[in-house]
Design a protein around this ligand. Sequence first.
Ligand SMILES: [Zn+2]
Length: 144
Amino acid sequence: MSELRPGLPEPTATQITEGFWQAAAEGRLVIQRCRDCGAHRHSPTAACYRCQSQSWDWDEHSGRGRVFSYTWSHHPVHPGLAHLGVYNVSVIELDDTEGDPVRLVSFVTGVEPGELEIDQAVELHFDRVNDETALPVFRPSRTP
Ligand SMILES: [Zn+2]
């Protein structure tokens, strides 16, 4: 069950982000990919940063990546996080993407302060909120 819940507001899907959240609810990570030049991008936007095309698809991703940056929060920014005590907010750079690096702001589960490192390999899993919502989160990679 959810490590981040209960009490946090749920993500608000927009026309552009709806497919991302729908895939997450199904346990899949999808990243926007330009149909014309192949560049991945996140957060979802209407047009490609590289070629300005407005034609795109969702591309399923393995969820493997590395810790690009992180911080440990000692003061919860929302009452729904208070049960975690000290928690991390991490920026994960995904492996195997085309174009500029694709980074997600997320959470690395199962680690204590001092156990996260820049460039540490991580893998995706999902924090299930309810039947309609799951959040993509990460954990230290179990495979090299
Ligand atoms: Zn493009």
